[in-house]
Each structure stands twice: as C-alpha cells, then as structure tokens.
Design a binder for this molecule. Structure first.
Ligand code: C2E
Ligand code: MG
Ligand code: MG
Ligand code: MG
Length: 297
C-alpha cells in the first residue's frame, strides 16, 4: 500500500520519472525512504522541544516538538529533507504516530513541573488527516486521558488547512471535540484563512519566520504582522511569533501586543533533559535588557 502510493506520488503520469537530471534525485529519495522506514525500529529518531515564551513575563507556556533524525547510513537529515519524503511515501503516518506517542510520554514525565497553562504542540501533515489514514491517529488520541489531550496542540500549515474542505472540516471538528488546540503554522505564507478562522476551533496563529525576519526594515511585512495580530485578537485567537532572533524583533512584537514567541533569542530546540531543566528553573527567557525595561516599577 505504502509502496504503491509512493510510486504514484513520485511518478505521477510516469513522464517526470525519466526527465533528465531527475534520476539521481529520485535514487537519493528512494534511499532515504528505505532508511527512514527502518529509523523508528533502530531508535534513530528523537524529538527536541523548543520553548514558547509568554512575552508578558518570559515564562515558558508551551513548547513545540520537532522531529530529529540521525541515521546510521544517512547521518543527520534535516526535517525539511525527510518530512516531504515521508509525506509522499505515506511513512508520515507511522512517523506521526511515533511523535504523538513520544509527546504523550513526555507530558507525563513533565506534568509535575508545569502549571495549568502549559501545552505541547506537534506538527501534523495533511496526509495524517486524510479520511482513509486518520483512524489510527484519532484512535490513539481517544485512548489518551482528556487531561493529556487538553495539553496538546496540533500545528497545521495553511496549505494543509486549505485541503478538501469537507474532509478537513470534519477532521478539525473532531480534533476540537477531543479537546485539542489547533495552531495555524507558517501563517502568512499562502492564501487567506479568514473564513476558516471564523468557523473552526482554531486556538492559535503562528506568524511565519519570513515575516518576522523583515519587521524591522520592511514596512509591508510589519503591517501584515500587525494586521495578523489585530485580526487574531478580534477573533479571540492568540498569536505566536516564529523564529525571533533579535531584540529589535522582540521590541516590535511587544509593541504589537503579540502574545508569545519562539526563536533563538529565547532558546533553540532542546533535548528533553535540557527542556526539563528550563521548566524546573522557572526563569524568564526574556533577554536581560528587555526584562528590565518591562519590569513593573
Ligand atoms: P515548523 O513547524 O515551522 O518549525 C519551526 C522551524 O524553525 C524548526 O525547524 C525550528 O528549529 C526552526 N527555528 C526555531 N527558532 C528559529 C530561529 O530563531 N531562527 C531560525 N532560522 N529557525 C528557527 P526544523 O526543526 O528544522 O523543522 C522544519 C520543519 O519540519 C517544521 O517547520 C515542520 O514543518 C517540519 N517538522 C518538524 N518536525 C515535524 C514532525 O514531527 N511532523 C511533521 N509533520 N513535520 C515536522
Ligand atoms: Mg510547527
Ligand atoms: Mg512554523
Ligand atoms: Mg515554519
């Protein structure tokens, strides 16, 4: 089933398969795919967790689980390389199940260390929500205690959310009914989601790094970021800025009233023990200069 799907996805009508210069790329993809197939069993996969920080006081209010693969044959492969291959081959379904299981384990290990507001976000590909493939994901979520589900937030990109409206609407309603949050990932990179935002149980918008990068010197990107925050708040949806690296970006986001941020300015993605260290320390992750400026007199 998986193999048949892959052939279809990679080959399409069969013409592209033999296009000049494609064969090396295809061969590498096939190699990565078979390596990836064994990766779960070989324990070559790991999760890192990047803190999401409440800008008001610098407290960690959540984190995003990010998949890491350090393979025996392949070495460290960035997600941007292997996730699309996993999506095309259907491997994203078992891979996604593995991620969910790890996150559920992590919640229970960390539970004594976080307060009521905490959440763990995980990235979900469109393929995982396909009506023919989503049963196992939903069954696993149904098995999880309600209290655990309330801590989970699924990150879906705009293009995933703009998939077949009926099937997507159904999947989103089920996720909402199960008590999970839904974050729009990489917001601002494709078409308007305003209608969906109005109708579906979206809880958070993540402003894409490409907008955040330019807020200091591009008036248009700054205006878009500002409009996103205003729109989200008008709809009762919180905002998270992605990829915050500089004080300048942080100052801009604070002025906008953006709720939360993640990025190297606060912390890179961390291994579980380092994440636990951050949680137990309960220290503000705001850079010192900013923390001083915003400390109440
Ligand atoms: P994403 O969900 O938008 O994740 C944010 C990416 O930005 C991560 O890249 C993160 O490491 C990176 N990042 C965080 N802070 C900064 C910063 O300050 N500056 C810069 N330049 N980058 C920053 P990563 O970990 O390489 O993941 C790339 C993409 O792979 C993710 O984008 C997501 O779409 C996908 N991905 C990762 N893990 C999973 C997973 O478990 N399942 C699925 N379906 N996709 C995943
Ligand atoms: Mg994400
Ligand atoms: Mg993102
Ligand atoms: Mg992104």
């Amino acid at each position: 089933d998986i193999a048949a799907h892959r052939t279809k996805a990679a080959g399409g009508n069969g013409y592209n398969l033999y296009a000049v210069g494609m064969s090396d790329e295809l061969e590498e993809r096939h190699q990565l795919e078979s390596d990836l197939r064994r990766a779960i069993a070989r324990r070559e996969l790991a999760l890192q967790f990047q803190p999401q920080v409440r800008l008001r006081d610098g407290q960690i209010v959540g984190c995003e689980a990010l998949l890491r693969w350090d393979g025996e044959g392949s070495g460290k492969v960035p997600p941007e390389r292997f996730i699309p291959i996993a999506e095309d081959s259907g491997l994203i379904v078992p891979l996604g199940e593995w991620v969910l299981n790890e996150v559920l384990k992590q919640i229970n290990e960390w539970r004594p260390h976080f307060g009521d507001d905490f959440r763990i976000a995980l990235n979900i590909s469109g393929a995982q929500l396909h009506p023919l493939r989503s049963a196992r994901l939903f069954n696993r979520l149904l098995e999880a205690p309600v209290a655990d589900r309330r801590l989970l937030e699924l990150e879906l990109t705009e293009s995933t959310l703009m998939g077949p409206p009926e099937a997507m609407g159904e999947a989103l309603s089920r996720i909402g009914l199960l008590g999970l949050g839904i974050a729009v990932d990489d917001f601002g990179t494709s078409y308007s989601l305003v209608n969906l935002l109005k109708r579906q149980p979206i809880t958070r918008i993540k402003i894409d790094i490409s907008l955040i990068k330019n807020v200091g010197d591009d008036a248009v990107d700054a205006a878009i970021a500002s409009a996103i925050v205003t729109m989200a708040h008008a709809l009762g949806i919180k905002t998270v800025a992605e990829g915050v690296e500089t004080q300048e970006q942080l100052a801009f986001l604070l002025a906008l009233g953006c709720d939360e941020a993640q990025g190297y300015l606060f912390s890179p993605p961390l291994d579980p023990p380092a994440m636990l260290g951050r949680l137990t320390a309960r220290e503000s992750l705001l850079p010192v200069a900013t923390a001083d400026e915003h400390r109440p007199a």
